[in-house]
Write a protein that binds this ligand. Structure first.
Ligand code: ADP
Ligand code: MG
Length: 570
């Protein structure tokens, strides 16, 4: 054996380094334990988590934040199967992710190998690329391709499969085919004729609206998009994770007149958002049936989806917006016709704000959502990263918690996945350590949502991550029951036949999970307690905190004009 012999683990670890990967999340076991060590020896972060799904959520959040895929490393069979939900979530959100699965040794395939499983095929529906490198020497080639496919075009997921025998094999380093780092994706430039068409539609519009989605956040287009809406005084509506591309506090942000803006806009400029359920499919009754849509997307196949666009532009949002500004300069005068539109939006917005303000002033116990969120918003740093999931908790929190900066909101997203919060928060906190050490991560969870990945609190503790978890606790899914009603429903009946499926145990002291680490959590039933808990948690810089806020189990959202977003019209 010559001294330049390397094994598959080392080749793979170094190939990840060569491709600019920095963070690996996962759970180790046979056959990837040595790989995880090789990964650390190569200088990468390895973050061991408590469930593969959560590891996969963390890896994809780091991909969204850094525009370089995070890796999720898992074991064979069940390990990879647990990861599929996370892969689907990343693929749906268009976030870059590289999943690496160990798999059973090739000579055990077909004869009942340990955790034998058709992993390349299982991963394929949730991926842009799913492959098993044919041997040691081609590992770097496949890693480069996997990273490239995760980043180029519409970002998404790659899966690479490594049988245990390949990882353990050795080969002379001189035989390994090394690859250069996959460069940043090419910027797609818009067709200038289409930019002109877009400009003339906007100039002729009486009621224009700019919708910014998380594609605009991913594009890093915030500076130019802010410049655009301010220069031409245009109203902007963010999607949930498009929040912060334009500051939520900016006068141009019309989130509090969302329904009016969508229903009455005559021209919509869609920047990096799909016309899916989140945007009511772009159709009536939420949209004007005659609305003219100018759609900008990096994914050509997305253009005209759900409704035909008047102008469909395949381009990066930054390059497009820069050119659009050039075309519009000199036409700003035309936009003066918009003043009635601004009047309509502002008056609706003022009305909605007044209704909400009133609800936030109700401090009766048990508390309501709006009061709780109002005081959270008052206390938290204005540039923090907000992670949020749950049903009402996420929906109400979206309007009450403001984002000043892009990519500062991570939530259940396009796929509406519950359980993402703690994993996203772990990734966000690591990102803060590297890029913004004073920034805090606030993870606002419904009590049901928290249950999916709650054990990641141990991960947060192990890696000294000062994440503040706030559990908005209403004893259930959507809503729960007070203690007395809960007990009386169950009395005498067979509990599994009578306990309402949406209910959870009442008054659960989730904050006591902190006692596993000899730390006290916070249990709050009123506003002064919540204020104190937030203040104290913000002082803590090296461990997570849990604040468990009890709210009225039948607290609800402000009445909506329309039924639940997902209600079918069939
Ligand atoms: P949201 O949930 O915020 O509405 P979506 O995930 O539905 O956002 O849509 C984001 C869109 O942004 C996707 O269609 C994706 O292809 C697109 N996208 C991603 N990056 C860019 C970019 N740099 N330029 C243009 N479009 C982009
Ligand atoms: Mg709940």
């Amino acid at each position: 054996m010559s001294s330049d012999d390397v094994d598959g683990n080392k080749i793979l670890a170094e190939a990840l380094v060569a491709q600019g990967v920095k963070y690996v999340f996962g759970i180790v076991g046979i056959p990837v334990i040595e790989l995880s060590m090789a990964i650390q020896q190569a200088g990468l972060h390895f973050v061991g988590m408590r469930n593969e799904q959560a590891a996969c959520y963390a890896a994809q959040a780091i991909g969204y934040l850094t525009k370089r895929p995070g890796v999720c490393l898992v074991v064979s069979g069940p390990g990879l199967l647990h990861t599929l939900g996370g892969m689907a979530n990343a693929q749906m959100n268009c976030w870059p992710l590289l999943v690496i699965g160990g798999s059973c040794a090739q000579d055990h395939e077909g004869i009942g190998g340990f955790q034998e499983c058709p992993q390349v095929n299982l991963a394929r529906p949730y991926c842009k690329y799913s492959a098993r490198p044919p041997g040691l020497t081609l590992i770097p080639t496949h890693v480069e391709k996997a990273v490239r496919l995760s980043l180029y075009g519409r970002p998404g997921v790659s899966y690479l499969d490594f049988p245990g025998n390949i990882l353990a094999q050795r080969v002379s380093d001189s035989k390994v085919v090394h690859t250069a780092i996959c460069p940043e994706p090419p910027l797609a430039w818009p067709d200038p004729a289409l930019v002109s068409q877009a400009a003339s539609l906007i100039v002729r519009s009486m009621r224009p609206l700019v919708i910014v989605g998380k594609g605009a956040a991913y594009a890093g287009a915030e500076v130019i998009v802010r410049d655009f809406v301010r220069t031409f005084n245009l109203p902007v509506l963010p999607t949930p994770m498009g929040k912060g591309v334009v500051d939520d506090n900016d006068f141009h942000c019309v989130s509090s007149a969302r329904t009016t803006a969508l229903q009455h806009a005559d021209t919509i400029l869609l920047l990096g958002a799909r016309l899916n359920w989140i945007l009511h499919f772009g159709r009536p009754p939420r949209f004007d049936p005659n609305v003219r849509i100018i759609q900008v997307d990096i994914c050509a196949e997305e253009l005209h989806n759900s409704v035909p666009a008047k102008v469909a532009i395949h381009a990066d949002i930054g390059t497009f917006t820069r050119q659009l500004i050039q075309q519009l300069i000199g036409h700003a005068w035309a936009l003066r016709y918009m003043s009635p539109w601004w009047g309509q939006l502002n008056s609706k917005s003022d009305k909605n704000k007044a209704v909400i303000m009133k609800m936030t002033q109700d401090t009766r116990i048990p508390l309501n959502y709006y009061t709780v969120f109002h005081h959270i918003q008052e206390a938290i740093p204005k540039d923090c990263i907000i992670v949020s999931e749950g049903a009402n908790t996420m929906d109400i929190g979206r309007s009450m918690l403001r984002n000043r900066l892009p990519k500062h909101r991570l939530d259940a997203g396009t796929f509406g996945t519950m359980g993402v919060g703690p994993g996203f928060a772990v990734a966000a906190a690591l990102w803060c350590q590297d890029y913004a050490p004073d920034k805090r991560v606030i993870c606002v969870e419904g009590d049901s949502a928290f249950g999916f990945s709650g054990m990641e609190i141990e991960t947060m503790f192990r890696y000294n991550l000062p994440i503040i978890i706030i559990i908005v606790n209403n004893n259930g899914i959507y809503s729960g029951f007070d203690e007395e009603t809960f007990q009386s429903i169950r009395e005498g009946g067979e509990v599994t036949k009578v306990t309402p499926p949406t209910s959870l145990s009442t008054n659960v002291h989730y904050e006591r999970m902190m006692e596993m680490f000899n730390i006290k959590g916070h249990f709050c039933v009123d506003i002064p307690q919540l204020q104190r808990a937030l203040q104290q948690s913000l002082q803590v810089k090296d461990v997570p905190s849990i604040i468990n806020v009890m709210i009225n189990p039948s607290a609800d959202r402000k009445p909506q004009n329309y039924a639940w977003l997902t209600e079918s019209k069939l």
